[in-house]
Design a protein. Structure first.
Length: 246
């Protein structure tokens, strides 16, 4: 399969009228990290973007920023690790737009604790945020919106803690086997955590755009590694200077 992660390939895929005008696409974790980069890229190509997350203020700020730049976006507060919360958000989207063409789900919550130091509560938080949420969204789509695509952005490649591997493996298995049930699930694995710099994180957004193109709707069950340029390192003096400036 051709790797759809480069900017030129993504633009080529979308150049023959394959813009996203008329598409309604939900992005979870849309107010931070990769969620912000992906939602902005979708809005630029004409999609109506539904921003989903836990913080009403940051969601509203992101929605306002996208609207000011010419996009169309609405915020919906929901904890997608709770299936009923996701179902409520999905129902609200259908009430507003009458359709939901695709979902980009950020299943990339991580922890700084080492594997041996993780508490049961921390492990369950990771599991609920990444694995349980992915399974719940896929199940609810299978029941109610089987034609809607789901692209899952999984645990980052630079997360080497042992806790990342069972999560990544569980989501990978979900995506691969869902294809047998005609569900359109794909998984993207970025090589690192978000840098907060849209230009450096853009290859991941390009991969999302390529999979979102209507002409690519036949793709399902794919696990795609997305290499990204290294994020700039912040030195301690710069951190202290920023703190002192507050």
């Amino acid at each position: 399969m051709t790797d759809p992660t480069s900017s030129s390939q993504a633009r080529e895929l979308l150049s023959f009228g394959e813009v996203l005008a008329g598409q309604v696409i939900a992005v979870t974790g849309a107010d931070a990290g990769y969620g912000k980069t992906v939602s902005a890229a979708l809005a630029r190509l004409g999609a109506s973007v539904v921003l989903i997350g836990n913080n009403s203020e940051s969601l509203a700020a992101q929605s306002s920023a996208l609207e000011k730049s010419g996009g169309r976006a609405i915020p919906i507060k929901a904890d997608v690790s709770v299936p009923l919360d996701w179902l409520s958000a999905q129902t609200r989207i259908l009430e507003i737009f009458g359709a939901l063409h695709g979902i980009v789900h950020l299943a990339d919550k991580r922890t700084n604790a080492s594997f041996t130091m993780l508490s049961e509560g921390e492990w369950m938080d990771l599991f609920n945020s990444n694995v349980k949420s992915s399974v719940a969204i896929a199940q609810i789509l299978g029941r109610r919106l089987p034609d809607t695509w789901l692209t899952i952005i999984g645990p980052h490649g630079d997360e080497q803690g042992l806790q990342a591997h069972p999560q990544r493996g569980a989501i990978r298995g979900l995506v691969e086997v869902a294809a047998r049930e005609e569900l359109r699930l794909n998984m993207l694995l970025p090589s690192r955590a978000s840098s907060g710099n849209e230009a450096l994180d853009r290859p991941l957004a390009d991969a999302v755009l390529a999979l979102a193109a209507p002409r690519m709707r036949h793709l399902r069950g794919n696990i795609i590694d997305v290499p990204l340029p290294p994020a700039p390192k912040v030195r301690l003096p710069e951190i202290m200077s920023a703190i002192n400036a507050l």
